[in-house]
Design a protein around this ligand. Structure first.
Ligand SMILES: C[S@@+](CC[C@H](N)C(=O)[O-])C[C@H]1O[C@@H](n2cnc3c(N)ncnc32)[C@H](O)[C@@H]1O
Length: 280
């Protein structure tokens, strides 16, 4: 849980210029929701303990749910919880351990590994983290065995060339089953002339533009979405890529035919999603 004591212990890792004050809790929630086993972070700092804490909380939650599934008597609330659970998720061979590999070459020198380790220890999450002092290219080469595939990847370092190099090396190692990659700072401030003076807007960078084009191609096996913090012009964007297994890819059949075939429902047509809605 992100309680007061956790937030107090992690505050020393927060640098306003890094802009991860909202990304860190977002990463916590994503890990809590997506239940990744192998996580990779490039660029350690404030976000590191949030990722690690989420893995610890997932372990605790998993143990509670397993106990409920095995229990013979349940309270009404516990029965409701059990009804929501996917038994297949809890059955079978022992799953891979949940863990975070965090990579940094300490080029910026803002954090030391000792400082981050001290905070991880203070928050009881150090056992989840393997700290690798290396360039990300070398670190990716070293990720092998049951660290693979990577289920959740958070990349927070360098500029556009680094992001492209990273994605090239990392993508084959990302899980086809909903593996998720998050890239930080993917939009840039663009000032242009407009009637009445200058206007500024946040533009997607060339990598995100390319990803959007590829996402639209037939047979694309990933989806991409960005989140923007409208109150900031730097470090204000996150772009998420998510690999898609076949069951998550669009089908050829139309909406109304599918609703009838799958659910026996008659549904209205979906109106065109016009680019400029009157109330936008
Ligand atoms: C923006 S900071 C990370 C911020 C951190 N995620 C946070 O929430 O505070 C970027 C980090 O990436 C590291 N870095 C820069 N280039 C790198 C590279 N090629 N390989 C690994 N780490 C790198 C820097 O040393 C720096 O600590």
């Amino acid at each position: 849980m992100l309680d007061e004591s956790f937030l107090a212990a992690t505050a020393e890792l927060y640098y306003p210029g890094m802009g991860t004050e909202n990304v860190a809790p977002l990463l916590y929630s994503l890990v809590r929701m997506l239940k990744p086993r192998s996580c990779l972070e490039v660029g350690l700092g404030y976000t590191t303990p949030f990722l690690a804490r989420a893995l610890c909380d997932n372990d605790r939650e998993g143990a509670c749910d397993r106990a409920l599934l095995a229990a013979e008597t349940l309270t009404p609330a516990q029965r409701e919880r059990v009804a929501t659970l996917a038994r297949g998720h809890f059955e079978g061979a022992a799953p891979r351990p949940t863990r975070l590999c965090t990579v940094d070459n300490f080029a910026l020198g803002d954090f030391s590994d000792h400082q981050v380790l001290r905070v991880l220890t203070a928050t009881g999450t150090a056992h989840k983290v393997e700290l690798v002092r290396a360039d990300f290219a070398a670190a990716l080469e070293g990720i092998a065995g049951d660290w693979l595939p990577l289920d959740l990847v958070w990349f927070d370092c360098g500029g556009l060339p680094d992001a492209i190099r990273f994605l090239n090396a990392c993508w084959p190692r990302v899980a086809q089953q909903h593996g998720t990659v998050l890239l930080h700072y993917t939009h840039f401030r663009y000032v242009h002339r407009a009637p009445g003076g200058e206007r500024e807007t946040m533009l997607i960078d060339p990598l995100v533009s390319e990803l959007k084009k590829r996402q639209a191609l037939p047979g694309a096996r990933f989806e991409v979405m960005s989140l923007l913090e409208p109150n900031k012009v730097h470090q204000s964007s996150v772009t998420m890529l998510r690999k898609l297994p076949p069951a998550s890819c669009a089908r050829r059949a139309g909406l109304q035919d599918e609703a009838r075939d799958l659910f026996g429902l008659e549904v209205p047509p979906l109106a065109p999603l016009a680019p400029f809605a009157p109330f936008a």
